[in-house]
Write a protein that binds this ligand. Structure first.
Ligand code: Z5A
Length: 209
């Protein structure tokens, strides 16, 4: 789908450093003269934020099925794409997303081990041929990522998963990144200054092309 604006996405496990990446990329894109609209997934519209609360909530006496989780992620995404992302891209603004479809492919496909064809069908129904123009996957070893975010308070339902869930998620992320020629991998197992330099170089190259 061709629009005047560009859709850039930051992906990665928890503790990969997505928050500071958002700040650096926003600044670089604005300096190049574009208006930036920031989004996060799941969330970003009133209804999608309500879905975010539902999907992250720990329902204690009720098992959240992997199918329900997947459907909720796509319901939130459908709302965000139609109400926020596409209208802004059509105005020529740049949209910078903290997570998008690759999160479902990695967390629900890799972590939860949902069949890839099922996810692909949902993707096709919800997003049709809409895809990011550029994705920066922030790679972190799960143990290190979880260490960085401990001490932030109570863990939500997904954060309570065991290490093997995050290892499967990371493995799927790396595979997806390798298959997507519009995606680059940023190694975040280095100090923050080096990560920031890599991010700046990557976005400059994209802006120049
Ligand atoms: N999810 C899903 O399953 N399927 C989907 O389709 C979608 C999402 C869209 C969203 O949670 C949850 O939903 C997420 C995936 C799932 N669940 N999990 N688990 P969220 O939005 O609340 O959480 P998040 O996206 O994972 O954000 P986060 O935990 O805040 O991660 P982050 O933004 O990457 O972390 P950060 O705040 O930038 O960095 C964390 C700390 O590490 C911070 O103190 C930094 O100073 C430090 N840091 C960062 N980089 C470094 C380096 N290089 N060295 C040392 N320290 C560092």
């Amino acid at each position: 789908m061709q629009t005047p604006g560009k859709f850039i996405v930051i992906e990665g496990l928890e503790g990969a450093g997505k928050s500071s990446a958002v700040a650096i990329l926003t600044q670089a894109i604005q300096t190049a003269g574009h208006i930036v609209v920031n989004t996060r997934e799941p969330g970003g519209t009133a209804m999608a934020e309500a879905i975010r609360d539902v999907v992250k909530h720990d329902w204690i006496d009720e098992k959240v099925t992997v199918e329900a989780e997947l459907l909720l992620m796509y319901a939130a995404r459908a709302q965000l794409v139609q109400n926020v992302i596409l209208p802004n891209l059509e105005k020529g603004f740049w949209v910078l997303g903290d997570r998008h479809d690759m999160s479902s492919q990695a967390y629900q496909g890799g972590g939860r081990q949902i069949d890839q064809n099922m996810i692909e069908s949902l993707r096709a129904i919800t997003l049709k041929d809409f895809r990011p123009d550029f994705t920066l996957y922030m790679d972190v070893e799960p143990k290190e990522g979880l260490k960085r975010v401990t001490g932030r308070g109570e863990l939500d339902r997904i954060e309570q998963e065991d290490l093997s869930f995050f290892e499967r998620t990371r493995e799927r992320y790396l595979l997806l990144a390798q298959q997507d020629h519009n995606c680059i991998v940023i190694n975040t197992m280095q100090d923050m200054q080096a990560v920031h330099t890599d991010l700046e170089l990557a976005i400059q190259q994209f802006l120049e092309n």
